[in-house]
Design a protein around this ligand. Structure first.
Ligand code: SF4
Ligand code: SF4
Ligand code: SF4
Length: 440
C-alpha cells in the first residue's frame, strides 16, 4: 500500500517543533497544527533553562524562526484537528481554524501527536487558595520570565521563600496523580538557587530529590552551594499551613532529624504535577489512542516501541506520552520524526496478512465487533440494508477479538480459519511417523 509523503504534527510546543523541523530537514512535507495562536507551548512560559541559563523564549524563538523559513513545513496556528479517517499511509485529516471557522482537508501518511501537558493547579485544595502568596512553580516561572517576582499580596520582593515538592504527584490510588512528574525536582532546585539572588532564606521541603539526567545533579549541588536549605518531610504527616493576619506559617516534622519545624514564608511555591492537557479525551478519541492511569497516551510497548502507538502510523512524542522534561521530550520527538520519515522514504507499507473479514450473509448488524475492536478497524456500512460490518484491512492488527465476540460467527480470520486451526491441531496430535531403513 502506498504512503502519502506528508506528516501531520499535532502540537506546536518544543516536541512538535523539534519533530516538524527534523522532518522538514529531510526534505519531506510536514504540517504543524497548534490550537493556540502562538507556537512554543509550555517551554515559552519558562524563564531560563539550566545549565547555561539561556532564556527559554530565545530557544523557542530560534525554533519558530527556523520553522517559518523552512521549505516543506506549513504552520497552522489557532487550529485543531476535528476529524481523522483512514489508516497508515493514507489518513484524511480535517483541520479547523478556530479564528475563522474554516476547515481544510489534508491527506497525510503519518501523524505525530505532541500535545504536551498542563501544570496542575490545585484549585480548592489547601494550601493553594489560602493566600495569594501561595503559588505554583509554573506561576513563579512566569513571574521570573517577566522579571516580576513579587509577593502577590503586598507587591514586595519575597525575602523568605519556601518550595514544596511532589504536590499532586506520586499519590498512589489517586487517579491521575500516581506518577512522578520527573521534571519538578530539577526545576524546583534551579528556581530555588535563582531565588537566592533576591531572597534571604530559601527553603525546599521535599519528599525525595530525583535530579537524574545529564547536568541535573550539578543544579542540585549549586542550590546547596547557594545555601538553599533542604528539609525532608514525612509523607504520612503532611505539612500544616495556616494564615494569620495575612502571614503564612508552615509547620512540619523533618524526617531526618525528627524535629518539629516552622517557617514563615513570604512566598510559598508548590511544585505541582505535570498533567495531560485539556482536551486529551478528544485527541484520544480522534486518533484511537489509549491512555494510562495518569491520563497520558499509551505507547505500543513501554520498552520496545515507546514512540509508536496501537494505531499504526500514529506516533507520540514528548509529554504526550508521559511526564518528562524538555531534553527527553526533544529526544523522543526526533525519534518519532525519524520513524515518520523512514515510512515516507519506504513509500509503501505492508499490512498484516492475518486480518479479519466479514461474511456479509451471516452478519446480523449487532455492532458487537465495531464496539469491541481495539483498533477501530471495523465500521458499519449503512449503505447496505440491513447494515453490515466492514473491516478496514489496513487498520486490522489480526488480534481476533471481533471473531471471538461475533454472535453470528460472521467473522473469519484470514489464514487462521477454524478449518486451518483444526488441521494444525490434528497434525500435532497424530503419532509420529515411523522412520528409518531396513537391515544394513
Ligand atoms: S520530580 Fe521530584 S518533585 Fe517532582 S514528583 Fe518526582 S520526586 Fe516529586
Ligand atoms: S459482531 Fe458479527 S453479527 Fe455483529 S455486526 Fe459484527 S459481524 Fe455482524
Ligand atoms: S481482528 Fe482485531 S484488529 Fe482486526 S478487526 Fe478484528 S478486532 Fe479489529
Amino acid at each position: 500500500m502506498s504512503v502519502e509523503p506528508h506528516t501531520l504534527v499535532v502540537g506546536g510546543g518544543v516536541s512538535g517543533l523539534r519533530a516538524a523541523l527534523d522532518i522538514d530537514s529531510r526534505g519531506f512535507k510536514v504540517t504543524l497544527v497548534e490550537r493556540e495562536p502562538e507556537l512554543g507551548g509550555n517551554l515559552a512560559k519558562l524563564s531560563t533553562l539550566f545549565q547555561d541559563n539561556e532564556k527559554a523564549s530565545d530557544v523557542i524563538e530560534r525554533m519558530v524562526m527556523a520553522a517559518r523559513v523552512s521549505k516543506n513545513l506549513t504552520i497552522m496556528t489557532d487550529s485543531e484537528v476535528v476529524d481523522v479517517e483512514g489508516y497508515i499511509g493514507n489518513f484524511d485529516v480535517t483541520v479547523k481554524n478556530n479564528a475563522t471557522d474554516k476547515t481544510e482537508k489534508l491527506r497525510v501518511g503519518a501523524i505525530i501527536v505532541a500535545t504536551g501537558f498542563q501544570s496542575w493547579v490545585p484549585e480548592g485544595i489547601p494550601p493553594y487558595g489560602m493566600s495569594p502568596d501561595v503559588i505554583t512553580l509554573a506561576q513563579l516561572e512566569e513571574m521570573k520570565r517577566d522579571n516580576k517576582v513579587l509577593c502577590p499580596s503586598s507587591g514586595k520582593l519575597p525575602k523568605k521563600v519556601m518550595f514544596v515538592g511532589c504536590v499532586g504527584s506520586r499519590q498512589p490510588g489517586v487517579q491521575g496523580h500516581e506518577h512522578c512528574s520527573r521534571y519538578c525536582c530539577t526545576a524546583m532546585v534551579k528556581a530555588a538557587a535563582d531565588m537566592t539572588e533576591i531572597g534571604d532564606d530559601i527553603l525546599i521541603l521535599y519528599d525525595d530529590i530525583r535530579t537524574f539526567g545529564k547536568g541535573h545533579e550539578e543544579v542540585h549541588r549549586s542550590a546547596h552551594e547557594k545555601f538553599v536549605i533542604f528539609s525532608r518531610f514525612d509523607r504520612t504527616k503532611p505539612a500544616k499551613t495556616t494564615v494569620a493576619d495575612g502571614a503564612l506559617s508552615v509547620k512540619w516534622r523533618d524526617i531526618l532529624s525528627g524535629d518539629d519545624l516552622e517557617f514563615h514564608p513570604d512566598l510559598l511555591v508548590l511544585a505541582t504535577a505535570m498533567m495531560p492537557p485539556e482536551g486529551v479525551e478528544k485527541v484520544s478519541h480522534l486518533f484511537s489512542l489509549t491512555r494510562s492511569a495518569d491520563g497520558f497516551f499509551n505507547e505500543e510497548h513501554i520498552k520496545l516501541a515507546p514512540l509508536t502507538t496501537h494505531t499504526a502510523g500514529v506516533m507520540i512524542a514528548g509529554a504526550a506520552q508521559s511526564a518528562k522534561d524538555s531534553t527527553d521530550s526533544t529526544t523522543q520527538a526526533s525519534g518519532a520524526a525519524a520513524k515518520a520519515t523512514s515510512l515516507m522514504a519506504q513509500g509503501e507499507v505492508e499490512i498484516e496478512s492475518t486480518v479479519a473479514y466479514v461474511l456479509e450473509e451471516l452478519c446480523s448488524s449487532c455492532h458487537t465487533c465495531a464496539t469491541a475492536c481495539p483498533y477501530g478497524a471495523i465500521s458499519m456500512d449503512t449503505s447496505k440494508k440491513p447494515e453490515i460490518a466492514v473491516v478496514t484491512e489496513a487498520e486490522c492488527h489480526g488480534c481476533g477479538t471481533c471473531a471471538a465476540g461475533c454472535p453470528s460467527s460472521a467473522i473469519i480470520m484470514r489464514h487462521s480459519t477454524d478449518e486451518q486451526i483444526t488441521a494444525m491441531v490434528e497434525a500435532f496430535l497424530m503419532p509420529p511417523p515411523v522412520t528409518g531403513g531396513g537391515d544394513s
